[in-house]
Design a protein around this ligand. Structure first.
Ligand SMILES: Nc1ncnc2c1ncn2[C@@H]1O[C@H](COP(=O)(O)OP(=O)(O)OP(=O)(O)O)[C@@H](O)[C@H]1O
Length: 267
């Protein structure tokens, strides 16, 4: 990978769709008839969806059903070919959201230490010392203060992903999009990262949209799960259980079963 590619990917992960000052208001989402085609490939087919401000939504579905495409539209990394996407605060007033995305790969800059990697999540226009100070504060939120002066190459995969999460959180996003953020981690690290994600979501109150292949992860984290199939929403299931949730909980297992049936087309 060239330096230019690393910088481009990194920029994508800190890019904001907002043209105004960053907002801390959680962003509700309202999608009407959203379509996305690539050439002749109609990937999203008329998505209608309302996500209240502050909700934790998970999107599951078979490989290639359009999950990542939908997520990229939500954070403005790509444009829909039809329909509308609007954002609103908890009172229903339209807002320009401060959106961030975390990818499966942390996409850290190898020539910056950990605190500076987090600080660049604030974008241009923030003094380096201020960005570093706020970066250190965000590192505390992901319990990584002791690694502030470390190089990314010296961290474990789970620690790197916590840095990527801190870089997304440092600007206090109203919408946090998560594209398989735990997909490359081992099972135990995944479980501790799930607990961390649930905690920061509860503490900071942003709207979260998680794309995952793992229905156990979806029901463990989200308070609502939608199933995409060939670019359409075919199931929309609430997960009302309070946090913290426990792996092995029977009521969560039942919802998992319903989701798997929907994904596998058994009903
Ligand atoms: N930039 C692009 N150009 C052309 N086709 C694309 C592009 N991005 C996605 N697609 C196509 O859109 C479809 C959906 O892709 P997407 O990545 O959204 O699926 P997904 O559900 O996230 O899959 P996975 O679970 O395997 O990551 C696929 O057929 C893919 O080839």
């Amino acid at each position: 990978m060239t330096i230019a590619q690393v910088e481009r990917d990194h920029r994508a992960s800190i890019e904001t769709t907002s043209e105004t000052a960053p907002s801390v208001a959680p962003a509700g989402l309202r999608l009407r008839g959203v379509e996305k085609t690539f050439g002749k490939n109609r990937v999203l087919r008329g998505i209608d969806l309302f996500v209240p401000a502050g909700q934790f939504l998970a999107i599951v579905g078979k490989s290639g059903c359009g999950k990542s495409t939908l997520l990229r539209l939500l954070v403005g990394l790509d444009q829909q070919t039809g329909g509308t996407i609007a954002f609103e605060d908890g009172q229903g007033q339209e807002i320009a959201p401060n959106s961030r995305i975390v990818f499966q790969e942390p996409r850290l800059l190898p020539w910056f230490d950990v605190a500076d990697n987090v600080g660049v999540g604030l974008g241009d226009g923030v003094a380096r010392a201020d960005a570093r100070r706020r970066g250190e504060a965000a590192l505390a939120e992901v319990q990584l203060s002791d690694k502030a002066k470390e190089w990314p190459s010296r961290l474990s995969g789970g620690q790197r992903q916590r840095v990527a999460l801190a870089r997304a959180l440092v600007s206090r996003p109203g919408l946090l999009a998560l594209d398989e953020p735990l997909g490359a981690l081992d099972a135990l690290t995944r479980i501790s990262m799930q607990a961390l994600l649930a905690r920061v979501w509860q503490e900071l109150g942003f709207t979260a949209v998680l794309v995952t292949h793992d229905v156990t992860e979806a029901v463990h984290l989200a308070d609502r799960v939608i199933v995409l199939d060939e670019g359409r929403i075919i199931r929309d299931i609430a997960v009302p259980q309070p946090h913290p949730r426990h792996h092995g909980d029977a009521s969560l297992a039942k919802i998992e079963g319903q989701l798997l049936e929907a994904i596998l087309g058994e009903r």
